[in-house]
Each structure stands twice: as structure tokens, then as C-alpha cells.
Design a protein around this ligand. Structure first.
Ligand SMILES: Nc1ncnc2c1ncn2[C@@H]1O[C@H](COP(=O)(O)OP(=O)(O)OP(=O)(O)O)[C@@H](O)[C@H]1O
Ligand SMILES: [Mg+2]
Length: 582
């Protein structure tokens, strides 16, 4: 594979480089082997053993000295790291790689549109070039990208606008789309193609670029102005080795779930088709034209800040004194509260933050924990909302009962978050298997790593038997039910860079359980009522069956005429009908 070749080349080049670095291996260090020696074949372990080599502790292996190791120690670029560990980014098999690429593109498209206040129209096209090769295009009607930023966004890992802020968005790491481009480059050698335009009066730009994994820098292959029929927006095209699969992890399922959690999005999906051919697109229409409420960016809450982070913040602050720093760099700290904290820590409020010692920072940290502070503001979180959740669930499945709950915001590690739960029960849902759980984080469906996710933990830890459902011990409930859990937060604690599962913070698990229990109580009321109705219907059918016999018995005992007997039957049926409770 191209990737393996490039690393093989890399290691021999590294060996050459390390040879040339030996002379500068430190003044005090004794370098045992000279550069010429390095080229000589090493003595085989057998020979060393026969000559009684080794250092006496029984080892016959060649031992490296610290100086030997020093020669091999060097920087690792972030893109080299992730190229080798691409599974951390969600590129561990072909089907997942294709899904991750679509997901990263769509996440960015939706984030960009919403930040610009544009109701999103997103198009996803997949052209199948061969059995295992695809060209994916994701196009949005967002604000576009300024020309100078394009190479850095698509040709560098860890470059983005969302990492250094606390604000609810789908992306947060600054890796997503450049990682997809890098995977495409590694597997096909093809550049990422970007077309973007920032406004009617601006020219559209067409870029072709690759990422240089050794330096984590972009290399621009093409940069032209082009005609584009769109006033503003971005189109990203990536060619990659992938696989198109159906089922729970499919792109179709992902897009379906995207429209479930994003009722304001119109998504057009062209499933895989041969180049030069057309395919009937699948259209997921929007349920509402209302954009999610705009969310505010917040500063870190002091309760969630660890000592090391606090020390860094004291060094980085623009404020000249401690009082100003606490007030302006944290949320919920007024000048008065800041003075109180400083007093509690025994430090002057006018102390220069940059000059504070570790001991002072530790005292400050303890004083913060001992001070009563307001909970973080919650206007930074935009829930989907109970009404829209219900609407979306109705559009998704035909069921007999629907429920949704939006919890009040809570806090984990100083970060505000909010849980929403939705439920559909009965109808066309299959009742023989474990319930289906749709997991969402900041409106993005999570399709892999279900077992590792806090949402799954909360679902299995809930006692569904008390809500009229079956549940094997410690497992998912069984029945005709679809559950939906959404976590919205200014910083979603994912278990890995591939953003597939939520970490097990106790505060988060508790909130999810409370949301599920609320939905559980609602569905239990429905199931009980339905059971009562069914019981009554059964009894009524039974009685109805015997009414004619009762009438015949009465006719015989009381000597009733045919007309009277007929009246008895009608009256009894009438009584039965009138006594219906429901
Ligand atoms: N379609 C787009 N329109 C406008 N800006 C975009 C678009 N795609 C990406 N960007 C910008 O490029 C940046 C980098 O995108 P990238 O997907 O690599 O990281 P991210 O979205 O910030 O975080 P994550 O790694 O979690 O996805 C974004 O932060 C955003 O500012
Ligand atoms: Mg992104």
C-alpha cells in the first residue's frame, strides 16, 4: 500500500538522518558506534552468546544505550501520528471510512450554515468508481471559506475555528475534514477538491490540495477562479478506498438520523452510481424552517478548571491583576466574587497573575472550590425541543405512542450540557428484539461503539420492567420501541477523536437516566391503558358470545315470547356497550 511504502521510505531516511546527527549527540554522551559502524552488519545474537557477551544479567539481546535511543528520538508530526492511527479517527475499515468522510463533510456544512444563520441545504453525492473506490462530494449553501484559509483547513490536521471556544457545535477538534482528505490521499493518491464562494460579488475558488503528512502542512496543486452557479457555499470532493454497506451503520441510516435530529435541514442524497450516470436522489425534506436557537460562547466555569489549567490561564491572561483575570477569563465570577476568592486564598487581588507561584495557584484553586458560585449559564445550549423531537419521531416511524423530554441543563467538569430523550412505541416497530437506540451528540448521530457509550450504559441501567417492558438483567430492554437520546453541550466528552461514544461521566449518565425514566413513565401509562383495553375487549367478546344462551335460558324459565327474548338480547348488548369504561 502507498502508505506502507511511504513509511518504509520514512524509516530508512530517518536512519540516514540519525546517522548524521550522531556527532551532536551531546557533549557528555559517549557514542559507542561510529557512523561507519552503523553501516556494518550487527553481530548476530548467536555470535554474541558464543563469545560470552551480554552484561551478566542473562540477556543475550543487543541492548541499546541511552545514546543509541537518543539518536532515534525525534518529533512526530500530528498527521504522521494519525495516518498511523487512523482507526482513532474512524477510518479503521472501508465501510466506516466512507461513512466517516460523509459525516465529517455534513457536520461541517451544517455547522457553517447555522453559524451564518442560513437554513441548510446539503447535498451528498457518491460516485462509485470501482468495487472499492468512491468519490464523495458534500455541498452546502453556507457562508463559504476565505481563499487564504482553504489550504490550512483542508491540508492541516488540528486547524479549525471550534477547538478554542466553549460553544455548542458538531465539530470541535479541528481534525475532521482534513483527516478525511488525508485518508483519501493515502488510499488513492488523489487530492481533495474544494470549490467555495463567499458571496455573489466574490469569485468562486477551485482548489486541489494534499496534506504533507511529514510536516502537517498543505501542498496546493491547483488554485483557480471558476464560474459557479451558487452564490455562496462550499463543495468538498474526496476520492477514497471505501465500502458501501447497508444496515445500522450505513450512510443511509446516518442521513435518516441526521434529518431526525435536524428537522431544519433539507438533505439530498445521491447514493452510489457509476461515473457519467445519473441516479434518482433521495430527498429528506425539512420539517421546519426554524434554525436552532443561536448559542452563546461561554468561558470556562471555575469549578471545572484543574490546577494545571488554572496555572496556564494565569500565565496566558491579558488581565494585569488577579481580580481582573478571575472576572474576565471565567464565567460566573463578578469583580466582588473575584476579590472574595483572592481574600480566601490569602493573595492580594492586585497580584500580577503571570508572577504567581505554583503554591499560590494551588491556594487559589482551593479557594475557588470553597466559594459558592452560580452554575454556568445555560443559554449556550440549544436543545432540539420536545415538540420538534415528537414531530421528527412521527416522521421517522409509524408507532402507536410517542414521548419526548428535554431536561434542564446540568454541568459536568464545569461544562454545561443538556439531555433530551425521545421514544416511539408499538405500531410498525418490531417487538421481538432489543429496542433500537438512536444516539446523538450535538445533533450528530453516533453509529459505532454503542457498547462503550454512556448512553448505552444509562439505557441498560434503567429498570424498564417497572415501565411494562421486558428486560434481561443488565441488558437492553426488549420490545417494539425506538429510543432516542441527545446530548447537547459546549464540549461533548467523546471517548476518542472519532467522536463515536460519550465518556462515562456520572453527571451525564444520571441526567440520561432521569430523561429515560420520564419517557418510561409516559410509555408505561400508555401500555397499562392498552392492556386494560385489551382485557376488557376480551371479556366483552366472551360475554357477547354467551348473551344468546342467557336469553334462551330466560325464555325457558320465564316462558318469554320470541319478541321478548329478542328484546332481552338487545338490552343485554346495550348494557354491555354502555358499561364500556373506555
Ligand atoms: N463547509 C464549510 N464551510 C465553512 N467553513 C468550514 C467548512 N468546513 C470546514 N470549515 C472550517 O474549517 C474548520 C476545520 O474543519 P474540521 O472539520 O477539520 O474541524 P472542526 O469541524 O473544527 O472539528 P472536528 O474535527 O471535530 O470536525 C472548521 O472549524 C470551520 O471553521
Ligand atoms: Mg468538522
Amino acid at each position: 500500500m502507498a502508505e506502507q511504502e511511504s513509511f518504509a521510505f520514512e524509516s530508512s531516511a530517518a536512519a540516514r538522518r540519525s546517522g548524521s546527527r550522531k556527532k551532536s549527540a551531546g557533549r557528555g554522551a559517549k557514542v559507542r558506534r561510529t557512523r561507519a559502524d552503523a553501516k556494518k552488519p550487527k553481530p548476530s545474537p548467536k555470535k554474541r552468546r558464543s563469545s560470552g557477551g551480554g552484561d551478566g544479567d542473562g540477556g543475550s539481546r543487543r541492548r541499546s544505550t541511552a545514546a543509541d535511543l537518543a539518536l532515534q528520538q525525534r518529533d512526530i508530526s500530528v498527521s504522521e501520528f494519525f495516518a498511523k492511527n487512523r482507526h482513532l479517527l474512524g477510518f479503521d475499515n472501508p465501510a466506516k471510512a466512507l461513512l466517516t468522510t460523509v459525516k465529517e463533510g455534513v457536520d461541517n456544512a451544517l455547522d457553517a450554515c447555522e453559524e451564518a444563520g442560513i437554513v441548510p441545504d446539503v447535498r451528498v453525492e457518491i460516485v462509485q468508481l470501482s468495487e472499492t473506490r468512491f468519490r464523495v462530494a458534500i455541498e452546502d449553501n453556507g457562508p463559504g471559506i476565505i481563499r487564504a484559509q482553504v489550504p490550512k483547513i483542508f491540508g492541516r490536521l488540528l486547524y479549525g475555528s471550534k477547538f478554542h471556544r466553549l460553544r455548542q457545535s458538531r465539530g470541535q477538534q479541528g481534525i475532521g475534514i482534513s483527516a478525511a482528505g488525508m485518508y483519501g490521499l493515502i488510499t488513492t493518491g488523489k487530492p481533495v477538491v474544494i470549490t467555495t464562494r463567499t458571496g455573489k460579488k466574490q469569485a468562486a475558488h477551485h482548489f486541489e490540495l494534499v496534506i504533507d503528512t511529514k510536516t502537517n502542512q498543505p501542498k496546493v496543486k491547483r488554485d483557480d477562479e471558476v464560474e459557479w452557479d451558487k452564490d455562496h457555499g462550499t463543495r468538498v470532493e474526496i476520492e477514497l478506498e471505501g465500502g458501501y454497506r447497508g444496515g445500522q451503520h450505513s450512510i443511509d441510516a446516518y442521513i435518516g438520523q441526521i434529518s431526525l435530529a435536524n428537522p431544519h435541514v433539507e438533505l439530498v442524497f445521491e447514493p452510489p452510481h457509476k461515473p457519467g450516470t445519473t441516479v434518482e436522489p433521495i430527498i429528506y425534506p425539512r420539517v421546519s424552517r426554524e434554525l436552532p436557537p443561536e448559542t452563546a460562547e461561554i468561558k470556562p466555569h471555575p469549578y471545572g478548571v484543574e490546577l494545571g489549567v488554572l496555572m496556564q490561564m494565569l500565565r496566558d491572561t491579558h488581565s494585569r491583576n488577579l481580580r481582573g483575570c478571575l472576572h474576565s477569563d471565567f464565567s460566573r465570577v463578578s469583580s466582588k466574587v473575584a476579590e472574595g476568592i483572592a481574600k480566601k486564598a490569602g493573595i492580594s487581588p492586585t497580584r500580577r497573575p503571570g508572577e504567581m507561584s505554583r503554591e499560590e495557584a494551588e491556594k487559589l484553586h482551593a479557594a475557588i472550590q470553597a466559594t459558592k458560585l452560580m452554575a454556568p449559564p445555560t443559554d449556550c445550549i440549544a436543545p432540539i425541543g420536545e415538540a420538534l423531537l415528537l414531530k421528527a419521531l412521527h416522521a421517522e416511524v409509524e408507532a402507536d405512542f410517542y414521548a419526548s423530554v428535554t431536561r434542564r441543563p446540568a454541568v459536568y467538569r464545569g461544562n454545561p450540557f443538556l439531555i433530551e430523550t425521545g421514544l416511539a412505541y408499538g405500531g410498525k416497530l418490531s417487538g421481538d428484539d432489543s429496542v433500537t437506540v438512536f444516539r446523538f451528540a450535538n445533533r450528530v448521530p453516533l453509529q459505532y461503539q454503542q457498547g462503550a457509550c454512556a448512553i448505552t450504559k444509562a439505557v441498560t441501567a434503567t429498570d424498564w420492567r417497572s415501565y411494562q417492558l421486558q428486560q434481561p438483567r443488565g441488558a437492553m430492554p426488549v420490545g417494539p420501541m425506538l429510543l432516542m437520546v441527545h446530548i447537547a453541550s459546549v464540549w461533548v466528552p467523546f471517548t476518542s477523536e472519532s467522536k463515536e461514544a460519550i465518556a462515562h461521566y456520572p453527571e451525564i449518565i444520571k441526567e440520561i437516566r432521569l430523561g429515560l425514566q420520564e419517557c418510561g413513565r409516559k410509555v408505561a401509562t400508555f401500555i397499562r391503558k392498552r392492556k386494560r383495553e385489551a382485557d376488557e375487549a376480551k371479556k366483552r367478546a366472551y360475554i357477547t358470545q354467551y348473551i344468546p344462551q342467557v336469553a334462551v335460558g330466560l325464555q325457558e324459565i320465564l316462558g318469554l315470547s320470541e319478541t321478548q327474548t329478542g328484546k332481552v338480547v338487545t338490552d343485554l348488548k346495550d348494557v354491555l356497550e354502555r358499561s364500556r369504561k373506555m
